[in-house]
Design a protein around this ligand. Structure first.
Ligand code: GLN
Length: 295
């Protein structure tokens, strides 16, 4: 029933569509992503009794503070199905949203979701607007200097989303000056296109859904976006768009937590590990892939 809606067609360049085939020079495609954060084994993150959170003496100061506050806040960026999208009720839904709920439930507190642009998430986390980022976020060295990552809960990579009749067969071909490439601003796809392919000014949108809409509207020759999102979104553009199989990067998704909150990282790691083992994460991926591409 639900159809992913694309808005924000802001000030888009109208480019006569050239074939954009051609260039075939090669460079190695070193992925922008780094390896995942190490899997720390969780200490006992069970109920902490002292909820005073007034001194640093408690072994679980962050968990104590969240319990005292009574709300666990997840920050996300919808437009990235099946990890986060707007549900039929207009509210954020998706794998990350449900994982955040699992954490809140384990903490025994209320749950709140803040939806914002992907590029604003890390600063928002650092300034304390929420407790955790759940946004299909790839672990990279640069991000790991600013936030702490939990264990990996999903893997993906960048792929090319193309018009169904495109003759492009590899990322290398995008280097041709004729090509207009669209990306999600500030994502690993954006970094790959700019740093690895050397395309200095890709057409940036704030999320994957908007990239796909621009592509379908003939504003670009290709989108470079995360595989899972591309494969989900393409279902809404049957006969219009296609995904190229080749994965040009290998990436690990993790949840992000502000520096200095090791107790929360350990607690969330336990929740993730438990829900990977019991199959919940796989089930959520399946469910939300179906739900977010319904229509
Ligand atoms: N995985 C990509 C990144 O971390 C894209 C995430 C997203 O668009 N939500 O940059």
């Amino acid at each position: 029933m639900k159809k992913l809606i694309a808005f924000a067609l802001a000030s888009i360049l109208t480019l006569g569509l050239t074939a954009c085939g051609g260039g075939a020079s090669s460079t190695g495609s070193s992925a922008a992503a780094s390896t995942a954060a190490s899997a720390s084994t969780a200490a006992s993150a069970a109920d902490s009794t002292d909820a005073s959170a007034t001194s640093g003496e408690s072994a679980t100061p962050t968990l104590d503070a969240i319990k005292e506050k009574g709300t666990f806040t997840l920050m996300t960026a919808t437009g990235f199905p099946p990890f986060e999208y707007l549900g039929a009720d207009g509210q954020p839904a998706g794998v990350d949203i449900d994982v955040g709920q699992l954490v809140a439930d384990e903490l025994g507190v209320e749950y709140e979701v803040l939806d914002m642009d992907f590029g604003l998430l890390i600063e928002a986390l650092k300034s304390g607007k929420g407790d955790m980022i759940g946004a299909g976020m790839t672990v990279t060295d640069e991000r790991a200097q600013q936030v702490d990552f939990t264990v990996t809960y999903a893997t993906a990579g960048q792929v090319l989303l193309l018009p169904a009749d495109s003759t492009i067969t590899s990322a290398e071909e995008l280097k041709s000056g004729d090509c207009t490439v669209t990306v999600q601003a500030n994502t690993t796809g954006d970094i790959y296109v700019q740093d690895t392919l050397g395309i200095s000014s890709p057409l940036q949108f704030k999320n994957a859904v908007e990239c796909a809409a621009a592509l379908a509207a003939g504003k670009a020759d290709a989108a470079v976006i995360d595989s899972v999102a591309a494969n989900t979104i393409v279902k809404n553009y049957e006969g219009e768009l296609k995904v190229l199989d080749e994965m040009v990067t290998e990436e690990n998704y993790a949840l992000a937590i502000a520096k200095g909150q090791e107790d929360l990282v350990e607690f969330v790691n336990q929740v993730i590990e438990k829900n990977i083992e019991n199959g919940t994460i796989d089930k959520l991926l399946e469910e939300h892939t179906a739900l977010s591409s319904e229509g």
